[in-house]
Design a protein around this ligand. Sequence first.
Ligand code: HPA
Length: 278
Amino acid sequence: MNLMEMLSESKAYIEKQLEGRKPVIGLILGSGLGEMADAISNPVVIDYHDIPHFPVSTVPGHKGRLVIGELEGRTVLCMQGRFHYYEGYSMQEVVYPIRVMRMLGINGLFLTNAAGCVNTSWKPGDLMLIADHIKLIADNPLRGENPDSLGDRFFDMTQAYDKALLSVAEKAAEDLSIPVRKGVYMLFTGPSFETAAEVRFARIAGADAVGMSTVPEAIAASHMRMHTIGISCLTNMAAGILDQPLNHEEVLETGERVKRTFSALVKEIIRRWPEDRL
Ligand code: HPA
């Protein structure tokens, strides 16, 4: 079975559960943010393992399910739990749900994640609007035969993080008095955290944050000309900046500490999402 046939089957299964509701924004909740799905009203919940051809999440603390319903007046399709390259999935598998979203008619994509803070002027708990990314690792979700019906073989990445959505986000943050940063996210595969030298390298390369997700999804979304916004919760200073080892508990603790603010911002952006970016 080829990719388009698989996607059609996944789409058909989800559509059947939705009974005519049409999600317009895809929302991916990163580490510690999963609870935001509880704010979705009249939800239809679909476990990943019930969806034909869908990968299944293996990370503790990541639920693997779609929650589809109303958030701030918009019908959203929320992924509670995403797929990471470090779990062993191929990049094509990591972006499979983004492609299903597009098949369902979704054009807006909201990516969130937890990331390590590389910029030494910033601090853990800061929220960073992703202005751009760096992917130095060789793999790419579009490597291999191009699915022509989804997008072009060669495609632009200068609009990967939509400028209009970034402006909306900056204004929303300002109006809610939520301080936000804007910067560059650099992908590392994980699951090992970076070395101190890798973090110095990332900084010299122009990165403000390092993380293990989001970039494949943003690439696949660009391929399909979706309108994407990404926000990182900077949960910890990246390796080597402070004289202390990194651990996943700190990531979860900071996520927990700022989740209210983060959710408020995410919701406000969804409320203000421009019609021409749907
Ligand atoms: N590095 C990579 N990924 C992360 C980090 C980090 O320091 N913190 C949260 N996710």
